[in-house]
Design a protein around this ligand. Sequence first.
Ligand SMILES: [Mn+2]
Length: 380
Amino acid sequence: MRLLHVGDAHLGCRPYGVIQRELDIYQALLGIGAAAVANAVDAVLLPGDIFDSNRPPGAAVMALREFNDMLSAAGIPVFGFAGNHDIDNACWLDLAGVKQAPEDGVITVKGIRMLLVPYSTAARLPELVEQALIAAGEPIEVVSFHATIADLAGFPGDYPTAAVLSAVMKPFGVQYVAMGDVHKRGVVEHDEITFVYPGSTEALKSDEIEVKAVAMVDLTPGEPSALKLEWLPIATRAILTGQVDTMGQVDDLVSKADKLDQPMLLVQVARTWDGGVREVKSILAGHGLLCRVSLAPKVPTTVVEGEVVDMPVLDGIVRWDAEKARRAARESVHVLMGEHSPEAVELVLGVLDDPQSMPDRVRTFLEERQLSTYTEVLSG
Ligand SMILES: [Mn+2]
């Protein structure tokens, strides 16, 4: 059985407010559909964060519908479930024609049984997987969930490890774990079980830039050693990043961009350059370049690890830098002075909602300020 495992698509996301990037995300999905048909896969799996939110724009639902129709015409079923971004979105998946697992979470394609585990917190994941496996009965060759595992997180944290999950899954004959959540590609093998994140289908942020791809996996019942994993690259727009503080550097950037096919530019302008942002924007726009130009961060992004220095509460919203918040919420607490990001606040919600997953330092910090819950933090 040949499965196409697609990472977080985040349909409806509009990175940096650039409409072309929203369209790029739809385009990437349709490219994946064409690759699925060309490679004659038996099924396509979308493990969560299919939509960027649980109220996706109509265009996002239409793009998924078009993808599904393309595959359906080729006789290829598309299966999907919600992640943390699009939880409770079943109606949108239905509208797009994407199939969901029945109550027991098990779908069977060409003799391969796949268990789709609904979204939950990382702390509860091993237990939920085990319960679902017991209810489903062996064999289960593929387990799919939307969650972070420690081995491939790219940042330290209290996530379950592949070793812990393997111990739970091995007795059921699991060969492949189709995961969503981490936006960079990653593979780890443990006890003959292959854990895979294909990564997001497009780079939504600068730290997600890489050659994007989807995982194509061939599976044989009862023969984990016959498993074959291949990566199919996704055609995506080139993204060029750079910092500028002189006109010469802007010119360099333009000539680099001219060598690429309509790239997206992410440019930071040094604070020492008065009025630089407007000027740089108009130069880049004058060259017909898609760009996002911003002032370099005021606060240095270097942070003090391992201790709470400050956690500003402004305008009633905790201002965390998304990337650092991810780490802060786990192993170390950092100085967090970045701009408000809905993703960051969501993460804080995720962490603080579950007191079990809250590290001692965060707990102490909140207790000292009599901020014991997310709601209290929010109201500042
Ligand atoms: Mn995601």
